[in-house]
Design a protein. Structure first.
Lengths: 270, 199
């Protein structure tokens, strides 16, 4: 393990009004592609937003790329080296793809002389080179998503956070995107939040599974797959071993939660 | 920087402000020229002109890419402040020119005061309800005050009916300027409230 991980989170708690989105979460991530899995409302987006320095945690310590994000100076340095694709990112509809990506490059304070080349490279990497001068409002959903990925990688980030990046991509684009993920993960720390277990199986080296604001499982993708074991019943509706592993890990976590703390408050709602 | 300004619909805002001031100037001139009306007939212009200008400023605070802007390396509040202040300065200058003569009764000073105060209300509202709806609270305020204010200027009414005061009443100015400062600070500190679903 890397001595200074790109992401080191201890005791992270995030509250939205009265509900607890993240509950004393500890997490440490090094280089590679990390899949962030979990049911809806488990706290994936809350975690990504804290890591992106967009939301402030209610309590806990967040260290990114060796800097403490609570300190203003460290946060500034971290933001230069951070790429972030929000789940629901807004854009100015009259911008072209080139202008949109250049705008984010300006936010990240890329030196002005490097911006044009960086923008073209980022757009090319997501396969949108032929539409680079098209206006954002004329793009299809999948293209907008790819433009979003392009803005996230324009500064060649050391820490890349992608919230549901494959939503709206067709199967072929998803295959290309996984290839890009693997390429990015060779040098950077990439965190991909997703619902799609097969994306994780195909592109991620490690998995963190979050359930009700807590870490339910963390390990290599192979380990999660191994948890699933062989397909048991003939009417088993899971198609992948990793899907069975996901379900098994979730159930094991829920069972241990009930044993330690009685009925989990969020559990009753499910 | 150029892209930033474009993404905030700056050209549209400038055009709206200039247009509002031009219409206000024309309306003031027209009202005064009507038989039996004098310069005191400019009251609606002094109230509703700045209200429109404030609404334009408020609408321009809408940021389409708020979530991404929050990852900007540089602190964002100076930009927000500049964004709220620059069009206000322009609006104040335009209204100061739009209503010449009779400064003591519904002239330039009253228009400037109302511009400041109503921009303060609008910009403060943007921090609470989001930029898109920021025009609602000042419209409501002006609507109520316009109907309820006593016709005699000054007195206690100047503290709450500051929008309706004809000129240099100290209380009205105090309220307008404090509202402006408070609203701008709230917006600079918090930013427009992010409303999901509007892209």
């Amino acid at each position: 393990m890397n001595p200074s991980p790109a992401v080191a989170v201890t005791g992270l708690t995030v509250r939205h009004r009265r509900t607890v989105a993240l509950d004393r979460l500890d997490l440490s991530l090094g280089p590679g592609v990390h899949g962030l899995l979990g049911p809806n409302g488990a706290g994936k987006t809350s975690l990504i937003r804290v890591l992106a320095t967009v939301a402030a945690p209610s309590s806990g310590r967040v260290e990114l790329l060796g800097g403490d994000v609570a300190s203003h100076r460290d946060r500034t340095g971290v933001r230069r080296r951070l790429g972030y694709l929000p789940q629901d990112f807004g854009y100015y509809p009259s911008f072209t793809v080139r202008e949109f990506v250049a705008y984010v490059a300006w936010l990240k304070e890329l030196p002005a002389d490097r911006v044009p080349a960086a923008v073209e490279r980022a757009v090319e990497r997501v396969g949108l080179a032929d539409r680079i001068d098209a206006r954002m409002k004329t793009l299809s959903g999948g293209m907008v998503r790819r433009a979003g990925i392009a803005q996230a990688i324009v500064n060649e980030p050391d820490l890349l956070l992608l919230d549901e990046p494959t939503a709206g991509l067709d199967p072929e684009q998803r295959v290309d995107f996984r290839e890009l993920l693997r390429e990015l993960g060779r040098e950077a720390t990439v965190v991909v939040s997703t619902h799609l277990v097969e994306d994780v199986a195909a592109a991620c080296t490690d998995v963190a599974l979050i359930e009700a604001g807590r870490l339910a499982f963390q390990g290599a993708t192979d380990e999660l797959t191994a948890l699933g074991g062989e397909s048991g019943a003939p009417d088993d509706s899971t198609t992948h071993a990793v899907e069975r592993g996901y379900t098994a890990a979730l159930r094991a976590h829920r069972a241990s939660d009930v044993r330690t703390s009685g009925a989990h408050p969020k559990e009753a709602l499910r | 920087m150029r892209l930033y300004l474009r993404s905030r619909a700056l050209p549209g805002t400038l055009a709206a402000l200039a247009g509002t001031a031009a219409v206000a100037a024309w309306a003031a001139w027209w009202l005064v020229s009507l038989p039996g009306f004098d310069h005191t007939a400019r009251l609606p212009v002094v109230v509703f002109g700045p209200l429109l200008a404030a609404a334009a400023v408020g609408a321009s605070l809408h940021a389409p890419s708020d979530e991404l802007d929050r990852t900007a390396v540089r602190a964002w509040w100076p930009r927000r402040l500049a964004h709220a202040l620059a069009p206000t300065v322009l609006a104040v200058a335009l209204f100061a020119l739009a209503l010449p003569g009779h400064a003591e009764e519904y002239g330039a000073p009253a228009a400037v005061r109302n511009t400041l105060g109503l921009v303060g209300v609008t910009v403060g509202a943007a921090a609470v309800v989001g930029a898109r709806l920021s025009w609602l609270p000042p419209v409501f305020l002006v609507g109520v005050v316009y109907l309820a204010a006593p016709s005699e200027p000054g007195g206690v009414a100047q503290w709450w009916a500051w929008v309706m005061q004809p000129g240099w009443q100290g209380g009205a100015w105090t309220v307008a300027v404090s509202v402006f400062v408070a609203g701008t600070c709230a917006y600079g500190w918090r930013g427009a409230r992010y409303v999901t679903g509007g892209s």
